[in-house]
Write a protein of this length. Structure first.
Length: 550
């Protein structure tokens, strides 16, 4: 009965009453009865001080009990959207709340009923989060480009060829992607590792396309990023720092601009690469980032992305061929002088505005085995890019690049240089733009872009003094393009999204491509064009990493 009375009325009045009766005992006096004379003023003051001290202890006990409950500011922070893990800040599991006042108090049962978290694997102090998606893509082209998912912007077939008179329609799961990211905090350092791959790189030897589509898995990205305070370092295979960003100078896919399109070669005119390198970043403020990177170079002579290659001098077409990365044949065998040097300055005054400027320098070095001469030539280029939210959900995007000898960063549509008769390199001017709008409303994403590449003419005379060589000369092949252009629009619909179960999306893209060669032979088409349509079904893996406050 006594305990029920305490439970109904609360413990505080009971403690105050007990203290009132106990105060005289604390001073060696007998308990004061109700019939005794009133206490003196000093005794009353002493009793008041004791009650105040007990009240302070009760308040401290309440705060201790409250501290043992899970911190709502951590446990209830919403996770990022599926597939949008877009920050180099470490992602760590929430730490359990503890008390420094002795043994931790038990957590009430009601607080233990937390909703399931997104898919993660916790190993020690590290959190592993899966990334990726399953793609099934249908591609229709008005010409038989023979490239399935991806568009080779420099080789759209002409209508005076068989390929230019036939259409194609293909289904493929090659763009399916799988990988993971690892977040950890090590001795005060924020460490982030990222890996992803897909199946776009090629086909196995037993890929008959009849009974088996045996696609080879390839590396896309594999890098580690370490940051402490204002300094940051990244090494591995990453998106080139010349690739436009949406936010600061981050290497995470969600912080980059490579468009919203389904085409796995992205946009004609986009400046990008996924190549090995190392970068050093400095963050003087939260709004400004400066970066310097060293990235694997290539003495690029054309042929990638369907682009044409310059015509070599007759006497050097075989002796010097091994020094050139042409038709994607030599690759790592080319004798590059030093890594490409890239610098970038990014300014993010708010979440609505991103502005950046970037520059690149590369060097070509050739050796003429006939005359025993060396030749060296440095080239460079620069970008001015912006990504601005004009109104809620509507963003203006513009990325602009001009260079002297940096065509490799335009998906290889333009060669970097030509070779003169004496074996010396001469750089080709090239520039591009990708500009347009993106609009997001609820679960729908709409976009429209224009992309264009301009390749400058660069010609020379061969050793005989009469034959033209180089790029864009009178009589050159129709693969030596002056311009390649694209107009495209599309729509991505997210039907449902949940950090625990993943997301389901459908995507549609239409694109119109055309290209103009420098030289048109009599009776040949002046240019060529192609219509392409993609429809894509995507399931995004669960595993969005939670946002943790630090």
């Amino acid at each position: 009965m006594f305990m029920r009375t305490i439970g109904r009325r609360g413990i505080k009045p009971f403690i105050v009453c007990a203290l009132t009766l106990a105060a005289p005992l604390a001073n060696g006096q007998a308990p004061v009865s109700a019939s005794q004379a009133p206490a003196s003023s000093s005794e009353i003051e002493q009793l008041r001080q004791m009650i105040l001290e007990q009240q302070r202890q009760i308040d401290e006990l309440k705060r201790t009990i409250g501290a043992a409950k899970p911190d709502a500011s951590v446990a209830l922070v919403p996770s990022r959207g599926v597939g949008q893990i877009a920050s180099t800040a470490p992602v760590l599991p929430p730490l359990p709340a503890v008390t420094t006042l002795g043994t931790p108090l038990p957590v009430p049962q009601a607080a233990a009923a937390e909703p399931p978290s997104p898919l993660q694997i916790k190993l020690g102090e590290a959190t592993i989060t899966p990334v990726g998606f399953m793609d099934l893509t249908n591609t229709y082209r008005s010409t038989n480009a023979g490239s399935s998912l991806q568009t080779n912007f420099g080789s759209i077939p002409y209508n005076n060829t068989v390929a230019g008179r036939l259409s194609e329609d293909k289904l493929s799961a090659a763009n399916s992607r799988i990988g993971f990211r690892v977040d950890a905090k090590v001795k005060g350092l924020n460490v982030l590792g990222y890996y992803e791959g897909d199946f776009v790189g090629g086909v196995a030897g037993n890929n008959t396309q009849v009974s088996s589509n045996s696609l080879l898995y390839r590396i896309r990205l594999y890098w580690i990023d370490v940051r402490k305070g204002k300094l940051e370092f990244l090494a591995g295979q990453s998106w080139s720092m010349l690739t436009p960003n949406r936010k600061q100078i981050s290497a995470l896919p969600g912080d980059l601009f490579y468009s919203q399109v389904v085409d796995v070669n992205y946009m004609n005119g986009l400046t990008w690469g996924r190549i090995p390198g190392a970068r050093f970043l400095y963050h003087p403020t939260e709004k400004i980032t400066f970066g310097l990177s060293l990235e694997n170079s290539a003495q690029y002579f054309g042929g990638s992305g369907g682009g044409g290659t310059p015509t070599l001098p007759a006497a050097l077409s075989t002796p010097i061929a091994g020094e050139l990365d042409q038709n994607v044949a030599n690759g790592v065998a080319t004798p590059n002088v030093h890594p490409d040097i890239i610098a970038k300055l990014a300014f993010d005054p708010s979440s609505k505005v991103h502005f950046e400027v970037a520059g690149v320098e590369s060097t070509v070095k050739l050796f003429n085995p006939i005359t025993q001469q060396y030749f060296t030539k440095a080239g460079g280029g620069g970008s001015i890019n912006a990504n601005v939210e004009l109104m809620p959900g509507l963003r203006l995007v513009t990325n602009n690049f001009w260079s002297d000898g940096e065509g490799r960063y335009l998906f290889g549509v333009v060669p970097d240089f030509i070779v003169r008769a004496d074996g010396s390199p001469s750089l080709i001017h090239a520039g591009s733009t990708v500009s347009g709008f993106e609009y997001a409303r609820k679960n729908s994403q709409f976009y429209a872009y224009y992309g264009g590449i301009y390749a400058g003419r660069n010609t020379a005379l061969d050793a005989n003094g009469t034959t033209r060589i180089g790029y864009g000369y009178q009589g050159s092949g129709n693969g030596q393009n002056k311009t390649t252009q694209e107009g495209t629009f599309g729509w991505t619909q997210t039907w449902w999204r949940d950090g625990k179960y993943g997301a389901f999306q459908t995507m549609f893209q239409y694109a119109y491509f055309f290209r103009d060669p420098w030289f048109v032979a009599p009776g040949a088409p002046k240019n060529t064009h192609e219509n392409a349509v993609w429809f894509n079904i995507r399931y995004v893996l669960p595993g969005s990493a939670p946002t943790i406050k630090y």
